[in-house]
Design a protein. Structure first.
Length: 118
């Protein structure tokens, strides 16, 4: 059973974007979107050494994107989907900001064109 502690939900946007910047970590998150998986199963398709995969998992866990649990000798990882809310919110805010700027720019250009025609 994977336990998620509330302290782990104090997400840091920089840590999340850093974790998402690496294609191997994104591939791991994609795999975990299908459900929890043991570390060995996550490492196999990467072709990377287990210590390298463990470092990737550590970055994902520090960012709050995954949670891990150990049962005997097997460490299982699970996606923490709510961790993606922070970057999604930030990106939505940036999109709204830039769309508003582009709308104002378009209005300005249209005004200039109308003024030029008269």
């Amino acid at each position: 059973m994977i336990v998620r502690h509330m302290a782990k939900h104090d997400f840091d946007l920089s840590l999340v974007f850093h974790a998402l910047a690496d294609p191997t970590r994104r591939a791991i998150l994609t795999r975990l979107s299908a459900g929890p998986a043991p570390v060995k199963a996550l490492a196999e398709p990467t072709g990377l050494s287990l210590p390298t995969v463990m470092r990737h998992l550590s970055v994902l866990e520090e960012a709050g994107l995954i949670a891990t649990a150990k049962d005997g000798r097997v460490r299982t990882c699970a996606l923490v989907p709510e961790a993606l809310a922070l970057p999604r919110t930030w990106l939505d805010e940036q999109r709204a900001l830039w769309e508003a700027r582009l709308d104002r720019f378009e209005d300005h250009v249209m005004t200039l064109m109308r003024d030029r025609e008269t």
